[in-house]
Design a protein around this ligand. Structure first.
Ligand SMILES: NC(=O)c1ccc[n+]([C@@H]2O[C@H](COP(=O)([O-])OP(=O)(O)OC[C@H]3O[C@@H](n4cnc5c(N)ncnc54)[C@H](O)[C@@H]3O)[C@@H](O)[C@H]2O)c1
Length: 327
């Protein structure tokens, strides 16, 4: 029997639809968007049923799972509706604007016995999966990490709204923060310098930051993030240094295609790896479907979504308070 899926919010939701369509076990039973033009365009493009509201969707069909791809300010309300109908949830990052909302989302899903997965695609990226295995194997864990993860201009109002996207650090850097937590563990202390350096006309929101993270395992990381690039030029570059290895991930933003690494005891030999489709998006969608099919808990859920949000908020707090924030 096919796994029935619905997608709500058809911005990045279109990408979810594209990947669900590549999985033979999936039937997309509906797409929802409050914008009629977007709804029509997507329904024509993918030849799927469309609904102007979640109520309309649920009055006509009962999906097994849903992708919630609306701005974060609506994630809690939508989670509540779908969980109460017993529908498993893949919710886009950031999980919600407030930590208390994240906690409510976790509790609602637990209570209604549905899975809540958060769309941290980098955890599923073949590039970072390869590194995770190596760090737990012959590379050893990184002690020093430096990430450059600056994005281009975004002018969507919700993106900047503190009660919704919360600006680039919450809305986007959350991907890198979750990835670093995935690879390095829990954060002990955050120190950030930042501010609204480039988009003061949009909101008082922090648009850029450079911050350090000290992890509980003693490892340290530095991250440069926010609106410090332009889309066609934006890069994803992360250097990891372990006792044995120096390793660089190099790619365009969200496409960490290349890895170069050397062993410290043989630095003249440079190893290289190339990943054709490195973003992890398809693998994330496939994992959600597998969890529904096999009745298994997603590898990344609400607790990870909440934790990453906590770190993002600590970065912003550190900028405002001009001091390190300890966990
Ligand atoms: N994982 C990724 O790489 C990635 C990339 C982009 C966006 N996102 C996340 O996806 C979410 C949406 O971002 P976006 O860039 O697609 O935003 P967007 O503004 O481009 O699109 C959102 C769509 O949702 C619709 N919508 C809003 N509220 C709705 C509601 N209550 N019910 C139904 N439809 C509703 C809007 O009409 C719009 O078409 C955000 O949380 C964002 O962080 C993730």
């Amino acid at each position: 029997m096919k796994i029935k899926i619905a997608v709500v919010g058809l911005g990045i939701g279109k990408m979810h639809i594209k990947y669900y369509k590549q999985i033979p076990d999936v039937e997309i039973v509906g797409a929802v968007d409050t914008n009629p033009e977007v709804l029509k365009q997507v329904s024509n493009e993918f030849n799927i049923r469309s609904f102007p509201s979640v109520d309309d969707l649920l009055s006509e069909t009962r999906p097994d799972g849903v992708s919630i791809c609306t701005p974060p300010g609506s994630h809690l309300a939508l989670t509540r509706i779908f969980a109460k109908h017993g529908i498993h949830i893949l919710c886009e990052k950031p999980m919600a604007p407030k930590i208390s909302d994240c906690r409510k989302m976790i509790d609602i899903c637990e209570k209604n016995k549905v899975y809540l997965m958060i769309g941290f695609k980098k955890r599923f990226s073949p590039t970072y999966k390869f590194l995770k295995e190596k760090f737990e194997g012959d590379f050893g864990l990184p002690k020093w990490t430096l990430a450059r993860f600056a994005l281009g201009r975004v002018e969507k109002e919700w993106f900047w709204d503190e009660n919704d996207g919360g600006g680039p650090i919450r809305e986007n850097t959350v991907h890198m923060i979750d990835l670093l937590c995935f690879l390095l563990g829990k954060v002990k202390r955050v120190y950030a310098e930042g501010g609204n350096l480039f988009m003061p006309e949009f909101s008082p929101q922090i648009d850029t930051a450079i911050f350090t993270l000290r992890f509980e395992n003693g490892s340290i990381a530095g991250v440069g993030a926010g609106y410090a690039s332009e889309w066609r030029f934006a890069k994803e570059q992360v250097t990891f240094v372990t006792e044995k290895v120096i390793c660089e991930v190099i790619g365009s933003f969200d496409n960490p295609r290349n890895i170069q690494y050397i062993y410290r005891n043989n630095p003249s030999q440079v190893f290289e790896k190339y990943f054709e489709q490195p973003d992890g998006f398809f693998e994330e969608i496939e994992h959600f479907v597998d969890c529904i099919k096999n009745n298994t808990r997603p590898a990344v859920g609400g607790e990870e979504g909440l934790y990453a949000l906590k770190v993002c908020e600590a970065v912003k707090k550190s900028v405002f308070k001009r001091r390190p924030i300890s966990f």
